[in-house]
Structures are given as C-alpha cells and as structure tokens.
Design a protein around this ligand. Structure first.
Ligand code: GAR
Length: 202
C-alpha cells in the first residue's frame, strides 16, 4: 500500500472519496495523515471518523510563506509518504516545497487546465460562455496550476447553470478521477519525467 499524506483546507469531499476507496480495497494506499492549514476544516472530522491521524498547521501562526512551508515539510516527512495529495489545499506552495516533493506531489483543480487556473473557476467558465468545463489532476510544479496533467474529466455546461450547479457536476467527476490518478501512481503506471507525465503500459 502506497503511503500518503493528504493536505486539505476545507470541506474534504475529495479526501472522503479517496478514503472510501481505500477502505473498500479499491485503492492500494495507506493514508498516514491528513494535514490542514485551517483549524476548522470539515475534512479533519471526516479523517478522524475514519481513524486517520490529523494535524493542523495554521498558516497564520507563521511569519511568512517560507517558514510555514518549512514547518509543513517537516511534519509531512515524519510520515514518510511516497505521495503527497493536495485535496482542496488552498495555499500556493514555495519553490522549495515543490522541489522537495518533485514527482510525488499531486493536485486536483476544478477546471479543464490550462483554462481557468486560480480561483472561482465555475463562475469564470460560465461568464466566458463555455459549453464545457471539468476538472484536472496534475503533478505540481512551479507553475501554479500549470503542472503536467495526469487525468481530466469533462462535463457539459447547460443553459441555466449557476456556479453552484456547475460545481456540483464537476465535483462528482473530481471524486472519480482523483482516486483513479492516485491508483495509477500507486500501481507504478505513471511517473513524472522531465516535466511530462510518462504512462507505463502493462
Ligand atoms: C475542489 O473542487 C478542488 O478541485 C478545489 O477545491 C475544492 C475542494 O473541495 N481545489 C482548488 O481550487 C485548488 N486550487 P473538497 O475540500 O470538498 O475536496
């Protein structure tokens, strides 16, 4: 089982999807810890209910981004994860952090990257008049929301959609593709090679 550490900031529904697949034996991972930068994150309770160790590192208690990321790296490394999973972790990470976990740091983003990096993706997709939207799982590199894409899922945009109805449609796909990408990594089917995702055929 691939040892994981999962970083969250909020609701934790992607965490929940990973957790459930791990519990049912569909995903060969061992979630060693869930770490949140927000003490009130709902995902912490989900982890605790599943008997997973949780940690809070409140970024507001650190003088700057560098200090926070260094502290975070120290805590993460105590669990010796082979993959660090960002699941709604709403902090930009320093170059040093990203370099340290190069090739073993994954993120999910609620858009069809390279479209709509950053925040508020659903509203922006609607405003742009798009007919399609989605989610992307990618390796994290120094370009924010710009790392090599592992998997994407597309959803249609319907007339009358609001940011909320669209977000719900995308989220369902997130819960499907994030465990799938992690499974591919755990089974040794993908790796990051010179800024590209290399798929190994079986
Ligand atoms: C998800 O939609 C995820 O794609 C997004 O935050 C949400 C977290 O939901 N992540 C980002 O926007 C990263 N820039 P969750 O806490 O219920 O998994």
């Amino acid at each position: 089982r691939l040892p994981l550490v999962i970083l969250i900031s909020g609701r934790g529904s992607n965490l929940q999807a990973i957790l459930e697949q791990s519990r049912s034996g569909q995903l060969p991972v061992e979630i060693r810890a869930v770490i949140s930068n927000r003490p009130q994150a709902q995902g912490l309770e989900r982890a605790q209910r599943a008997g997973i160790e949780t940690r809070v590192l409140d970024h507001r208690q650190y003088p700057n981004r560098e200090a926070f990321d260094l502290a975070l790296m120290k805590v993460i490394d105590r669990y010796a994860p082979e993959l660090v999973v960002l699941a709604g972790f709403m902090r930009i990470l320093t170059a040093e952090f990203v370099r340290h976990y190069q090739g073993r740091l994954m993120n999910i983003h609620p858009s069809l990257l390279p479209n709509f990096p950053g925040l508020d993706t659903h509203r922006r997709a609607l405003q742009a008049g798009k007919r399609e939207h989605g989610a992307s799982v990618h390796f994290v590199t120094n370009k924010v929301d710009g790392g090599p894409i592992i998997l994407q899922a597309r959803v249609p945009i319907y007339p009358g959609d609001t940011p909320d109805t669209l977000a719900a449609r995308v989220l369902e796909e997130e819960h499907r593709i994030y465990p799938e990408a992690i499974r591919a990594f755990a089974e040794g089917k993908i790796r990051l090679e010179e800024e590209r995702v290399h798929w190994i055929k079986d």
